[in-house]
Design a protein around this ligand. Sequence first.
Ligand code: SF4
Length: 243
Amino acid sequence: MPSQARVHSIETCGTVDGPGIRYILFLAGCPLRCKYCHNCDTWKKNVGELMTVEEIIADVIKYKPYFKFSKGGITVSGGEPTLQWQVLGELFKLCKAEEIHTCLDTSGYCDLDKGEAFLPYTDLVLLDIKHIDNEKHKALTGVENHKTLAFARHLRDRNIPVWIRYVVVPGYSDDPLDIEKLCRFLKTLDNIQRVELLPYHKMGISKWQEMGLAYELEHVDPPTEDQMKRIRKIFEEYGIQTY
Ligand code: SF4
């Protein structure tokens, strides 16, 4: 029986999750509970529709001309896409056979042995580091950060290119000492191609309300330009350019 993916949704012409024009596949299920999550409707493993890997690749192939002229490809996101590590591996393998660039958008909350299924076929990882301090990570996401940091080191050891993403949440992830600690960690990784700082926003709040969930960060405003500049400056002091 062909492997089936539980697909939350598909965006066919994404431009912010990896280089060029991207086919973005959002897989269902996430073990994290980030307080600022704007995709909380992807948390459950049984939402969305079942698609076989063959059905997905047949759809992805239609967009090859767009990938070619824009140097794009497929990005698999979520939820936490590595939860479906087997289908992810099968899909990425088929993509590589079609010479399609593969990108994984993940929190890195993944057992390293599962990575064997998909990392050999992964061209780029967009790695969200939610917090460098374990206790604060736990408070912000509900889980510890050990898996994420181990995953980051593993990607370095395998020499897989990484774009780091860090969400700046005032009062939660903007402490200068934590940012310095994050910079020191990033300096140990020589496979980082890009660091993106994402200002916290409240755009996902309506989904929380629709799902009857309490949104704890209602009182938190997005960071100001000045707050973002101060954080960018810390990265610069460590010789890390941010976008
Ligand atoms: S890892 Fe992503 S999908 Fe999961 S809770 Fe955090 S922000 Fe939401």
